[in-house]
Design a protein around this ligand. Structure first.
Ligand code: AMP
Ligand code: GLY
Length: 451
């Protein structure tokens, strides 16, 4: 009989730690827990949803020392870091230094999201399509530039003002008039509304067109683009109101066909990964291109260095491959060896339910009801974001509270199913956009339209 070597047996005992506490991290925990290779999934600090699908560990997502200590005590096989802040602050580097395997870019590579100036300069040098821009070090310099370029006070000024550093998605101000532009410059670099993030600022040409998120998994050499998704950043229906972290997403989006995806891979993803390698900042992890589909082709609005939230939820809902295979192949630099991921051909839609007041101030501690009824609806998964388990009850604990996600035979069927589940869930002040995925219907092929 052939002898089976112990080391050739698949390891079904893996322990994984996910860092973060949003909807993205719940989706990651839920998907990774399905892997036959994984025995235990921990989430630090997690939420009420990850408390059910995984084990929560009371460590803040930026507490590197305690995370390292926990990984060593529990002999964690893989750490997956959800949010951008710990990545930009070098959590992957610190884990690697003590031989703990971590999925995500190094601090040097995460600068692609951590500094918009770094990102724009890299894009410009690599000739990657993006809006024209200028960088400034003070509000005075930037204001002078606007006044020189647009001398008349009533003139239209289609620019976007961006703080260089991380500002929780708030440091980008889209302007139409001179007054708005000067006010935005003051907020970013004068009043320093976003703190040090505004030490440098960018004045950028305003582009127009629909937006799409294209995420790719890369080990720095091989790139696997994921199906395109579309986020809904403004708070209210019809893309009105203030910007949020994202009020819902769906995938795939008919805005991006095979041809455009191939173009984005060729003209944007490949040159960025190459440029990062040349800059001696090899990129490993999730590369997220925020794109505007302009009349002149797709242009980069920004790069993120992690899964999008909420894009991660509809994407992982459709992933049929073992996510661990992809994540570990990235960490080990052998993504070229893995099978291409398989996807459920059915589209998915994620509707974010938010607290009253979000994206401004909101109350916490409201009791959420109806989750059991929502869970009984077929093809639905309710991912938790801002929730907390308090003495057995689920309470609101953030602005974006839940990501109600469904798959269906068409985008409109998935949408209907997601909103069916939304209707079951209640807490005082709960609200959501009612039009998540409707943009797709403008472009959907006739056979996927509702009967
Ligand atoms: P960002 O955080 O860079 O993705 O920007 C947030 C949002 O601002 C984007 O989703 C766009 O809606 C908008 N935005 C950013 N840059 C531009 C631009 N150059 N032109 C028009 N809109 C933009
Ligand atoms: N959905 C936008 C983001 O994750 O930044």
């Amino acid at each position: 009989m052939k002898q089976v070597l112990m080391e050739n047996l698949p390891n079904t005992e893996k322990k994984v730690l996910i860092v973060g506490n949003g909807g993205r991290e719940h989706a990651l925990a839920w998907k990774i827990a399905q892997s036959p290779q994984v025995k235990t999934v921990y989430v630090a600090p997690g939420n009420a949803g990850t408390a059910i699908d995984a084990i929560n560990v009371p460590i803040a997502s930026n507490n590197k020392a305690e995370i390292i200590q926990f990984c060593q005590q529990q002999a964690i096989d893989l750490v997956v870091i959800g949010p951008e802040d710990p990545l930009v602050e070098g959590m992957v580097d610190d884990l690697k230094a003590v031989k703990i395997r971590a999925f995500g870019p190094s601090a040097a590579a995460a600068e692609l999201e951590g500094s918009k100036v770094f990102c724009k300069d890299l894009l410009r040098n690599a000739n990657i399509p993006t809006a024209d821009y200028q960088t400034f070090r003070s509000a005075d310099e930037a204001s002078r530039f606007i006044k020189d370029r647009y001398p008349e006070s009533g003139q239209e000024v289609p620019v976007v003002i961006k703080a260089d550093g991380l500002a929780a998605g708030k440091g980008v101000i889209v302007c139409s008039t001179r007054g708005e532009a000067l006010d935005a410059i003051h907020r970013v670099a004068g009043a320093k509304e976003f703190g040090q993030a505004g030490d440098r600022l960018i004045v950028e040409e305003r582009l127009t067109g629909p937006e799409a998120s294209i995420l790719a998994i890369t080990d720095g050499s091989t790139i696997i683009p994921l199906p395109a998704a579309q986020d809904h950043k403004p708070a209210f229906d019809g893309d009105q109101g203030p910007n949020t972290g994202g009020m819902g997403a769906y995938s795939p989006t008919p805005m991006v066909d095979e041809e455009m995806l191939a173009k984005v891979e060729r003209d944007i993803l490949v040159p960025v990964v190459h440029a990062m390698k040349r800059a001696r900042r090899p990129f490993r992890g999730v590369l997220y291109a925020g794109l505007m589909l302009t009349a002149a082709g797709p242009k980069v609005l920004e790069f993120n260095v992690r899964f999008g939230d909420p894009e991660c939820q509809p994407l992982l809902m459709r992933l049929q491959t073992d996510l661990m295979d992809l994540l570990e192949a990235v960490v080990d630099g052998r993504l070229n060896e893995v099978e291409p991921p398989r996807w459920d051909p059915r589209p998915s839609v994620c509707v974010v339910m938010a607290s009253e007041g979000y994206p401004d101030a909101y109350a916490k501690g409201r009791v959420v009801s109806g989750l059991e009824r929502a869970a009984e609806i077929s093809d639905v998964k309710v991912f938790h974001a801002g929730t907390q388990l308090v003495e057995g009850t689920v309470q609101t604990d953030g602005g974006r509270v839940l990501g109600v996600t469904a798959v269906g035979n068409s985008i409109s069927a998935a949408k209907l199913q997601a909103y069916r589940a939304v209707k079951e869930i209640r807490w005082p002040g709960a609200w959501c956009r009612k039009d998540i995925s409707d943009k797709a219907l403008l472009r959907a092929p006739p056979d996927s339209l509702p009967e």
